[in-house]
Design a protein around this ligand. Structure first.
Ligand SMILES: NC(=O)c1ccc[n+]([C@@H]2O[C@H](COP(=O)([O-])OP(=O)(O)OC[C@H]3O[C@@H](n4cnc5c(N)ncnc54)[C@H](O)[C@@H]3O)[C@@H](O)[C@H]2O)c1
Ligand SMILES: [Zn+2]
Ligand SMILES: [Zn+2]
Length: 363
């Protein structure tokens, strides 16, 4: 059946909305009719070449929808089930999965990129984007990548769980668990950073310091419970953070921009003995510079965050339950509902920092 998808044909060029044909389902796959897909900065980074990507591909990795068909060996899922698609399809068998580090699964990438996916209208093979390819009307993914969710949860809320919220909230819940009473700083207030901020609040942070050059994003953070807003234009950010944390620096600093400068600032703004968590996705060739002396003298912990260290089947329902009870007001992240044809406009908004999250909603 012919579907539609937003294809990245050439890095640096706009996405093209085209007809695509999904491959016949493999025994271990499911077909998901996509209801909603958030637009994440990592999609933009792939489209511009800042992050590696195979082309031509259908982008989108923050999707939710309804299972339409299951492969012959899939017995635990049925058509009609509402799901969020995880962009790490953990195998459950490897050394990392056995340790519970599903986000680091040794086999996820190989299995994701070797599964049958789709062709374009000329019959040429398309790459999947991270096994999700949710900028589309429907997708093929590995059954082990989908997490069933309750049917009464709006799928546009559920879609955010697939990347931005899993990553940002997971950073503060799993990767660098925030201790109650802590001073937390978040640098970069997009969907990812604001999810770190909300989850830090859930964990009982006392101070929540929100840093972003865009005024509307600082205001969004204050509305979500930030206690201080810091504008980098007002001077050295680490100094501004120290000024509101007893001159020590924050106990936890989450970097959700993905640039050398903000990563170095995040480390500098962390108190002695504190934790810096790098959530932003910088290009593979970006380097950061650290003082070796400071590292041991100041006893800081520096931790990288891949996908919020999530265990999807455990954490996706947990995050949605926090939403349901009003503790994680994810609806506040959605500032635009758009059609698939408007995806390039959503990229422009991400570049400008207008709004927070655009969600593509299929009819
Ligand atoms: N680690 C992971 O697994 C993972 C998963 C998803 C996204 N990411 C990455 O997380 C980052 C954030 O994603 P997003 O979708 O929230 O992006 P976004 O573009 O919505 O938000 C980024 C924010 O950073 C702000 N910013 C830019 N320069 C800054 C500066 N000097 N100081 C402070 N803030 C600054 C921008 O104004 C913007 O508000 C991206 O790098 C994305 O690729 C990583
Ligand atoms: Zn993402
Ligand atoms: Zn594994």
């Amino acid at each position: 059946m012919s579907e539609r998808g937003a294809i990245l044909r050439t890095v640096g060029e706009p996405l093209q909305i085209e007809h695509i044909t999904l491959a016949p389902l493999a025994p271990d796959q499911v077909r998901v009719r996509i209801a909603a897909s958030g637009v994440c900065h990592s999609d933009l980074s792939q489209a511009t070449g800042a992050l590696p990507v195979g082309t031509p591909c259908v982008l989108g990795h923050e999707g939710a929808g309804v299972i339409e068909a299951v492969g012959s060996e899939v017995h635990h899922l049925t058509p009609g089930t509402h799901v969020v698609i995880a962009w790490v399809a953990a195998c459950g068998q490897c050394w990392f999965c056995a340790r519970g580090e599903l986000h680091l699964c040794r086999n996820a990438i190989r299995d994701t990129y070797s599964m049958p996916y789709a062709t374009d209208s000329e019959g040429a093979a398309l790459f999947t984007s991270m096994g999700v390819s949710s900028f589309s009307t429907a997708t093929n993914c590995l059954a082990r990548a989908v997490v069933p969710i309750a049917e009464d949860i709006p799928l546009e809320i559920a879609s955010l769980i697939g990347c931005g919220v899993a990553t940002g909230a997971g950073a503060a819940l799993n990767t660098a668990p925030v201790e109650h009473g802590s001073a937390v700083a978040v640098i970069g207030l997009g969907g990812v950073g604001l999810a770190s901020l909300m989850a830090s609040r859930v964990r009982g942070a006392a101070e929540l310091i929100a840093v972003d050059p865009v005024a509307s994003r600082r205001e969004a953070a204050l509305a979500l419970g930030a206690t201080h807003a810091v504008d980098p234009a007002d001077g050295d950010v680490a100094r501004q953070i120290r000024a509101v944390t007893g001159r020590r620096g924050a106990d936890f600093v989450f970097e959700a921009v993905g640039r050398q400068g903000t990563i170095e600032t995040a480390i500098a703004a962390t108190r002695r003995g504190g934790t810096t968590c790098i959530v932003g996705a910088a290009p593979p060739d970006e380097r950061v510079s650290l003082s070796a002396y400071d590292l041991y003298m100041h006893g800081k912990t520096l931790v990288g965050c891949q996908y919020g260290s999530v265990v999807p089947a455990r954490d996706f329902p947990l995050l949605l339950n926090l939403w349901r009870t009003g503790r994680l007001p994810l609806e506040r992240l959605i500032t635009g509902r758009i059609g698939l044809d408007d995806v390039n406009g959503a990229f422009d908004e991400l570049r400008r920092g207008t709004g927070i999250r655009s969600v593509i909603v299929n009819d």
